[in-house]
Design a protein around this ligand. Structure first.
Ligand SMILES: NC(=O)c1ccc[n+]([C@@H]2O[C@H](COP(=O)([O-])OP(=O)(O)OC[C@H]3O[C@@H](n4cnc5c(N)ncnc54)[C@H](OP(=O)(O)O)[C@@H]3O)[C@@H](O)[C@H]2O)c1
Length: 384
C-alpha cells in the first residue's frame, strides 16, 4: 500500500481518466479529490457517486446547461473551464492527473506546475506546445512532472539505472499503428473506421488517429526532448509491433535498459500515482512461459512523414511545437469529420509549419497566437 494521496483528475471521463479511476478503485491510500469532464456528464455523475469527490467540474457550459446533476451530497458542482485551475491548484490535492486531450489541457497543467504540484502527465500536448516554458516553471516552483505516457514512463524508469551524463540515447518504441504493413499507395484511401482500429491499444479517438499517422510518436519525441532535457539527435524511434517493450535507454557503456509489460495503461498510471513506491497492482504480468517474440525495426519515414516533423520540431523548439500541435489537432478533427484525407494530415501540418513565423523563445501569449493561427490555416485544406 502507498501513502495517502488525494488526486484531481482533469479529464476523468476519457480513456486515461477511466483507467486512473480503476487504479484508485484498487489501491488503498489513493482517493479522489476532484474530477472533470467536458461532455460526458452522465459518466461524471456516475463517477462522483462512486468516488465521492469534494468537487466536480463540467467544463463544457453548453453540455451542462439544463443537465440534471441530481443529488451529490458532499460534492460541489462547478461549471466552466476556469474551474479546472481551482482543482489543479487546491491545497488539499497531492497529485494532479492531466488527462485532458489536446492543447485544451495546457492551461490547467500550467496552473498545477505554477502551484508546485506533482503532475501525472498524460496530456503530451502540454509539453509539445510549451515544453520549454512549463519545464522552467516546474523547476522554479518545485513541481514534479511524472510521465504517464507508457514510453516516457518506461524511459523515466530506465533512467534510474545511470547518471544523466552517462545516457547515450533514448529509444522510444512505436507499435506502428494499424497501417505499419500497408503500402504507401493504400494510405491515400484510408477510412476513418480503419484508422480508429488500433491493433494493441484502446484509446481516445484523437490519439488513435495520431497513432495511425505516427504523429503520436512525433509528439512523443518532442515530449521526451523537454521532459528529459535531451537533444533530438539523442532520441530514436523503433517500431515494435507487440507493444511489450515500452521504451529503452542506451547508456555510454553499451548497456540498454528496457521496461517490459503487457500493454495496459493502468501500469504507468499506477507508477506515477504511487511513485516513488512500487506497489502490487491489478495489471497482468508478462507470461514468459508462453512462446513470445519481440520484433524491432526502423520506422518508414517516407510512409509516415509525420514522424520526421516530430524530430524537426524537437530540434527547433520555439513556436514550432504549438504550430505542429494545433495544425495536427485541427487536421485530425477534419479527418474524423471526413473533410480531409488521411495523408493530408501530415501534408497540411508540414506546409503550415513551413509557413509560420518562427519565434525562438516565445511567451505564453505568443504560443497561444501561434496555436490560433495554425488552426485557422487548416481551413484551406478542408473540402468544405
Ligand atoms: N488513451 C491512452 O491510452 C493514452 C496513452 C498515452 C497518452 N495519452 C494522452 O492522454 C490524453 C488523454 O487521452 P485519452 O485517450 O484519454 O482521450 P479521451 O478518451 O478523448 O479523453 C479526453 C478527456 O478530455 C476531456 N476533454 C475533451 N475536450 C476538452 C476540453 N475542451 N476541455 C476540457 N476537457 C476536455 C474529455 O471530456 P468528455 O469525454 O467528457 O468530453 C475527456 O475527459 C491525451 O493527451 C493523450 O495523448 C493517452
Amino acid at each position: 500500500m502507498t501513502s495517502a494521496r488525494r488526486i484531481s483528475i482533469l479529464g476523468s471521463s476519457g480513456s486515461i481518466g477511466q483507467s486512473t479511476l480503476d487504479v484508485i478503485r484498487h489501491q488503498a491510500g489513493l482517493s479522489v479529490f476532484a474530477l472533470s469532464a467536458h461532455s460526458q456528464l452522465q459518466q461524471l455523475v456516475r463517477d462522483a457517486q462512486e468516488f465521492h469527490p469534494k468537487v466536480i467540474v463540467a467544463t463544457c457550459e453548453q453540455s451542462a446547461a439544463g443537465f440534471d446533476f441530481g443529488s451529490l451530497p458532499g460534492t460541489e458542482v462547478l461549471i466552466g473551464t476556469q474551474h479546472l485551475d481551482t482543482i489543479a491548484t487546491a491545497a488539499d490535492v497531492d497529485v494532479v492527473v492531466a488527462a485532458i486531450v489536446g492543447a485544451a489541457g495546457l492551461p490547467s497543467a500550467m496552473a498545477a506546475a505554477k502551484a508546485g504540484k506533482t503532475i501525472a502527465l498524460a496530456n503530451k500536448e502540454t509539453l509539445v506546445v510549451a515544453g520549454e516554458l512549463i519545464t522552467r516553471i516546474a523547476k522554479e516552483s518545485g513541481s514534479t512532472i511524472l510521465p504517464v505516457d507508457s514510453e516516457h514512463n518506461a524511459v523515466f524508469q530506465a533512467l534510474q539505472s545511470g547518471r544523466r551524463g552517462e545516457v547515450q540515447r533514448l529509444i522510444l518504441t512505436a507499435s506502428g499503428g494499424p497501417f505499419r504493413d500497408c503500402d504507401l499507395q493504400k494510405l491515400q484511401s484510408v477510412t476513418v473506421d480503419q484508422a480508429l482500429d488500433h491493433p494493441t491499444w484502446n484509446m481516445g479517438p484523437k490519439i488513435t488517429i495520431d497513432s495511425a499517422t505516427m504523429m503520436n510518436k512525433a509528439l512523443e519525441v518532442i515530449e521526451a526532448r523537454w521532459l528529459f532535457d535531451v537533444p533530438s539527435d539523442q532520441i530514436d524511434v523503433v517500431v515494435h509491433p507487440q507493444s511489450i517493450v515500452h521504451s529503452m535507454v542506451e547508456f555510454v557503456d553499451g548497456s540498454t535498459i528496457a521496461q517490459l509489460s503487457p500493454p495496459d495503461m493502468r501500469l504507468p498510471i499506477q507508477h506515477a500515482l504511487t511513485w516513488p513506491d512500487r506497489v502490487a497492482g491489478m495489471t497482468p504480468k508478462l507470461d514468459l512461459s508462453q512462446n513470445m517474440s519481440l520484433d524491432f525495426y526502423p520506422p518508414d519515414l517516407e510512409k509516415f512523414p509525420a514522424l520526421g516533423l516530430g524530430f524537426e520540431v524537437a530540434r527547433r523548439g520555439g513556436t514550432s511545437g504549438a504550430v505542429l500541435n494545433a495544425a495536427n489537432e485541427s487536421a485530425v478533427k477534419a479527418f474524423l469529420n471526413r473533410d480531409l484525407s488521411f495523408t493530408d494530415i501530415a501534408a497540411s501540418c508540414r506546409e503550415i509549419l513551413e509557413q509560420h513565423e518562427f519565434i525562438s523563445h516565445p511567451t505564453y501569449g505568443q504560443l497561444m497566437a501561434a496555436d490560433a493561427w495554425a488552426r485557422e490555416e487548416i481551413n484551406r485544406w478542408t473540402t468544405v
